[in-house]
Design a protein around this ligand. Structure first.
Ligand SMILES: [Zn+2]
Length: 553
């Protein structure tokens, strides 16, 4: 087994492929260079770069290691999930076959068992060493394994079935998003985001993609001739899963008309979506947010533009409270983003008759410890929230404001007195989403090569001054323009959240009461602002300068 794991030493596999005439030396060197920067196996990198098909790699590795390569399942064998679940097999790219009893259609337990593994899935080896009944190990392509697990991803005749298959596969892999990205007049790259990493699926043709697009539009209730210049957004459901879909207009090589790239975001079943770390927060922020669950009462308010992921953050905190604390939680926020099955979480209903305000009143009678009320849009809801917070409840709400301190201003504008509000506020937060630059194609740029207006920012000017002192260039990153395989040419890999968190201590409460200028408050209080956080992302190469200004201003 160890041989299988370590056997693919770069020179050997590369040599075989070069000798076969499948790979050029230049291509091998490029793959080796990429390998030195990533954890991936060389064979995987070569297939990702599309230099050599996976079946050729599998064949080469098979020869190299003396392990048979399986292309079809023998007639007297069948796929079995007695030892390993389908989810496990999907995630780890493996398959168990059992010999069928000749007299019955059911697999015969006493007969031999074959394990089929994909050469690129390394995790599996230590797990499966316990399965002693295995009589033979084969290697196969990931396509073969997925196909026999029932995921006919490569089948491109039925778009409805294809959509169901990729969504099933995404759910069993715990993926958060699926990206379909047209790159030229023929090809559409498909990726899945699993644990924040992009996983490649087989590309589909543009013709098939267009059929698929119409099916999605149909499900989301959008006209099939919707303008390709517009960004479209819709929700649809498949079984238990809600899918938020965005169509972004894109210019595509060799096509005169704009195309849409599609992002499908899986909501509901996906537990991983709700962990703070997976939202992209650094450890320090996660720690800061984790402290919130220790509070017994008060208001926790979060601001940010529409679709900045505010509810997702709130529910990630709620999930933590539900799992770790003995608290009764009541939420009247739209349940779309979560599926909390804990018995200590109850869900309220809002409709034309039961308003937010009435709902909060009735919730208080059922004596919860934690209440999630959704967005505060008017004075009445704000008042109810404050009353709840003052009577021993920890209340979470979102507010439409541009910064943490802007929340105070916004609630004042709704007619709430500042001193009353400040008595109950415990935490103020402001959140933004950003697109992380793809590490494989981002490009360096000297800050001085940007127009003057990009430099007129105090943090950037200070950094330039410092770099002048030590006589070096202050460089930032730009999104790449190459046809990159890692990000499908988008220049970005994942969407992450960045947040500023202010623990409203007595000192802060006092200066908020005295001071009216947000600018002065921000200067007098020691906390990491969104701008400082964005600056850290900028110099670490996670965002470009445009996103820096978007987050920080
Ligand atoms: Zn890239």
């Amino acid at each position: 087994m160890n041989d299988l794991m370590h056997g693919q030493c770069p020179a050997k596999l590369g040599e075989i492929l070069i000798n076969n005439g499948h790979l050029k030396e230049k291509q091998l060197n490029e793959a080796i260079l990429i390998q030195s920067k990533s954890q991936k196996l060389l064979g995987q990198i070569i297939t990702d770069l599309r230099y050599v098909n996976e079946d050729i790699i599998v064949e080469a590795v098979s020869k190299q290691l003396g392990i048979d390569y399986i292309k079809t399942i023998p007639d007297d064998f069948a796929v079995s999930f007695d030892f390993l679940s389908k989810e496990y097999c999907t995630v780890n790219n493996c398959l168990i076959l059992k010999k069928m009893s000749p007299l019955s259609t059911a697999p015969d337990l006493s007969q031999s068992i074959l394990l089929i593994v994909n050469i690129f899935s390394t995790n599996i080896y230590k797990d499966l060493s316990a399965l002693t009944d295995i009589t033979k190990i084969y290697i196969a392509t990931s396509e073969f394994i997925l196909k026999n697990l029932g995921y006919l991803v490569e089948e491109q005749s039925d778009p409805e079935k294809y959509l169901k298959n990729i969504i099933d596969m995404a759910v069993s892999k715990g993926a958060s998003d699926i990206h379909l990205n047209p790159i030229d007049s023929e090809t559409v790259f498909c990726h899945m985001v699993v644990n924040g990493n992009l996983e490649k699926l087989n590309p589909i043709s543009l013709t098939f993609f267009n059929q698929l697009k119409n099916i999605i539009k149909n499900k989301g209730g959008i006209a099939s001739n919707a303008n390709p210049k517009d960004t479209l957004s819709m929700m649809f459901e498949m079984g238990q899963i809600q899918i938020r879909t965005e169509f972004y207009p894109e210019r595509v090589k060799n096509l005169t008309e704009n195309q849409h790239k599609i992002t499908l975001r899986l909501l509901g079943l996906n537990k991983r979506l709700l962990n703070l770390t997976d939202l992209g927060f650094d450890n320090e922020t996660v720690e800061l947010l984790s402290k919130i669950m220790l509070y017994n009462s008060g208001l926790v308010l979060i601001s940010g533009p529409t679709s900045a992921g505010k509810s997702t953050t709130v529910f990630a905190i709620i999930k933590m409270i539900a799992e770790q604390m003995d608290r009764y939680i009541y939420t009247i926020e739209d349940p779309v983003e979560i599926n909390l099955s804990n018995s200590n979480v109850a869900q309220g209903e809002i409709n034309d008759i039961i308003t937010y305000e009435k709902s909060i009143k009735s919730i208080l009678r059922s004596a919860p410890n934690v209440i999630v009320i959704g967005e505060i849009r008017d004075k009445e809801v704000a008042k109810q929230a404050i009353i709840a917070a003052e009577t021993g409840h920890l209340v979470f709400a979102t507010v439409h404001a541009s910064s943490s301190f802007g929340i105070i201003r916004r609630l004042e504008n709704l007619g709430i007195e500042k001193n009353i509000l400040l008595d109950s506020v415990r935490i103020l937060m402001s959140q933004r989403l950003y697109n992380e630059l793809c590490h494989d194609c981002k490009e360096y740029k000297n800050i001085r090569d940007y127009p003057e207006r990009y430099i007129k920012d105090n943090l950037i000017m200070e950094a330039i001054r410092k770099s002048e002192v030590i006589n070096s260039d202050f460089k930032v990153y730009n999104k790449g323009h190459k046809q990159c395989k890692t990000c499908g040419g988008t220049g970005f890999t994942q969407r992450k959240a960045v947040i500023e968190v202010i623990d409203v201590t007595d000192d802060i409460r006092l200066s908020l009461l005295k001071e009216n200028s947000i600018f002065n408050i921000e200067r007098s209080i020691n906390y990491k602002t969104l701008k400082q956080r964005a600056y850290k992302l900028l110099i670490s190469g996670s965002i470009d300068i445009n996103q820096y200004y978007k987050i920080g201003y």
